[in-house]
Design a protein around this ligand. Sequence first.
Ligand code: HEC
Length: 155
Amino acid sequence: MTRISNSSVARNTTIALLSIGALALAGSINVVHGHGDVQPQAVDTNGLEAIGDEIAAENPYRLAGGEQYELAKKIGASGYNQNCARCHGLEAISGGIAPDLRLLEDGEFGDEWYMERVRKGYSQNGAYKMPPFEALLSQEAMWAIRSYLETQPKE
Ligand code: HEC
């Protein structure tokens, strides 16, 4: 008798633990889902010097240095979180869905590659794996995000 009730207590405990596990799992799925639903957003670049219509060959805020560069990194961090993190990972640390953007090449060559990808996106077999951002983000915003990315620790 005692044995049976003991084992039924154990079974109930197991069931309780399993449902807690399921709840936790459902919770984390919700979080991931919510994150994926974040809509792309225009970035407020107030305070950054305007660049004009022609796409710069090199990050103008890195070249300017000083306060412009500092502000660009700050604006870039929030622009990145709103528009890129859902695929490229929080703090630019890739979770494996898309490349790790901390590893982009530094300097002008990296700038050019970055701008090309961000403006045009990337499609394969007619489907966008990365959407084009040129209609959504200003050039200032794109360079701000680059400023943030290139100053993230590489690991
Ligand atoms: C819907 C998912 C998604 C979003 C959102 C997204 N990307 Fe991407 N991105 C990708 C994928 C997938 C690739 C890999 C494409 C390929 O195979 O070259 C990529 C590639 C890149 C590359 C080239 C990386 C390399 O190593 O060659 C850059 C730069 C880049 N993305 C920047 C951005 C920036 C900046 C944003 C936000 C403004 C952004 N991406 C938003 C999915 C995304």
